[in-house]
Design a protein around this ligand. Structure first.
Ligand code: BG6
Length: 477
């Protein structure tokens, strides 16, 4: 049966940069279970030809574009001009979509590539026009929402409740594009398909877990959005916590979506609660803004939005009790990389004398999420010679050398939406548990001074104390 992928807000950047290449590649490789139509919907006075040309012009230059395939793909692309601010607008959309389907039964995915305050009105409009009602199995009706899903616990749960009155949780796909990255999906395979690591993966052996999302650019043209959000809401509440949940969760009963998500949500619910963070006299939270942020286009005078945050927290459960979890992210740092580092305790007894001991670095495993995707296992070796000098060494796995080019995150996510697999999408209880924790951090953070850091440096010096344990590895990235 035909599936229509209907993008609301199709004139935006996301459609041309991410969604179109994703649909194109999946289509060309035959990865959708049946035929598809991609339908762009927006207010602009465009038509099919204009929309297709716009997509052709905007196709990212790193996309291998075989002209014949692209031309064939464009035959499956249409544009519907719509004013989605009234019942009539949605009724016209329903009619337009039916026409495109040629009166046949059709599956529909609605991708909401629109401002978050329009999520609910749009879903109401789609529902009112009968576009979300689905019979027992087919044809299906699914809705994909981008982040941010709410701005705090209260708004997220209000949004959840309102959306779930209009459709089932099984119809709602909340995107965190990090979950579409192969390296992120590999965390479960790495942990649960290998026998080496899991016995060590707990508070008896692990000293520290560190999640880092470093970006080397400023806010650029996105200041309007970013200033409302800040690093905590933009990265930590979603991408960083999702990484942490995968790294810290218990093995799921099986690989179905709810088994995985039920284990992830337990981690998020075990994060140290806001009351405990607020009561902590030394909360280990640092916030900062890069110098020059206030002069960026669109940033309000005197803005107190953080572009950097570093926080130490704990997962209060049996596996992780007492292990510090360090999360940090920042814009305009010297490099762009995302990694999770699990650092192990030092050996219980020092055999190699004081020189070797004080130069010893702990064993660690680094999951390199991006770029240079891979995994490193760090350990120490003895330098040749009569002394006992130690050197750091690593066993390294690189995705590029083993697998070559991999699909973009959005491709996998869109394939899964069409296939009806929700494993890589966030369930309502996960969103709420992450906001509950992030709200606590925000309350504490708002009491902390707003520090500053020069662009292209590793954030404010005051954060160093939090991270001194792994300074070496961090600066090496
Ligand atoms: C987005 C944030 O969710 O993730 C951006 O809104 C950030 O601010 C981006 O730059 C990072 O994604 P990636 O895949 O480039 O690490």
């Amino acid at each position: 049966m035909l599936t229509q992928i209907v993008i609301l807000g199709a004139s935006g950047d996301l459609t041309s940069r991410k969604l179109t290449p994703a649909v194109f590649n999946a289509h060309c490789q035959g990865l959708f279970p049946g035929p598809i139509q991609m339908v762009g919907v927006a207010r602009r006075e465009w038509d099919d030809a204009y929309f297709r040309q716009h997509l052709s012009d905007a196709m990212p230059s790193d996309q291998p574009l075989e002209q014949g395939l692209w031309e064939e793909f464009l035959q499956h692309v249409s544009y519907l001009r719509a004013h989605l601010d009234s019942e009539e607008g949605y009724a016209a959309l329903a009619q337009g979509l039916d026409q495109l389907a040629g009166g046949e039964a059709v599956n529909r995915v609605f991708y909401l590539s629109i401002k978050p305050d329009l999520f609910l009105p749009s879903v109401r409009g789609l529902h009112g026009a009968g576009l979300l009602q689905q019979a027992y199995q087919e044809p299906f009706r699914r809705v994909v929402v981008e982040k941010p899903f709410g701005t705090d616990l209260q708004s997220a749960s209000t949004l959840n409740r309102a959306l779930l009155e209009l459709m089932g949780e099984d119809q709602l796909y909340r995107i965190d594009h990090y979950l579409g990255k192969e390296t992120v999906q590999n965390i479960l395979a790495f942990r649960f398909r290998n026998a080496f690591f899991e016995p060590l993966w707990n508070q008896k052996h692990v000293d520290l877990v560190q999640v880092t999302v470093a970006e080397d650019m400023g806010v650029g043209s996105r200041a309007g959005y970013y200033d409302e959000s800040g690093a905590l809401r933009d990265i930590v509440q979603n991408h960083a916590l999702q990484l942490l949940a995968l790294v810290a969760m218990e093995p799921p009963a099986n690989l179905d979506a709810d088994s995985i998500r039920s284990e992830k949500v337990k981690v998020l619910q075990s994060l140290r609660p806001p009351e405990a963070m607020i009561a902590d006299p030394d909360p280990h939270i640092v916030r900062a803004q890069y110098e020059g942020y206030l002069q960026e286009d669109g940033v309000p005078v005197g803005s107190l939005t953080e572009t950097y945050i570093a926080a130490r927290t704990y997962i209060d459960n049996w596996r992780w009790g007492g292990v510090p979890i360090l999360i940090r992210t920042g814009k305009y740092l010297p490099a762009r990389f995302t990694s999770v580092q699990v650092q192990f305790r030092m050996p219980p007894h020092s055999l190699f004398g004081s020189w070797a001991e004080c130069h010893l670095r702990p064993n660690a495993i680094t999951l390199r999420i991006q770029p240079r995707e891979g995994i490193d296992v760090h350990f120490e070796v003895k330098e040749p010679g009569s002394g006992q000098n130690m050197r750091p060494a690593a066993l390294t796995f690189d995705y590029d050398s083993l697998f070559g080019r991999r699909p973009e995150a959005y491709q996998r996510l869109l394939q899964d939406v069409v296939a009806g697999d929700q494993s890589l999408f966030i369930r309502s209880d996960e969103v709420e548990a992450s906001w509950r924790w992030a709200d606590g951090v925000r309350q504490v953070m708002d009491q902390m001074p707003m520090l500053s850091y020069p662009p292209k440096t590793w954030g404010p010096k005051q954060a160093n104390a939090l991270f001194r344990e792994c300074e070496g590895m961090w600066s090496k990235e």
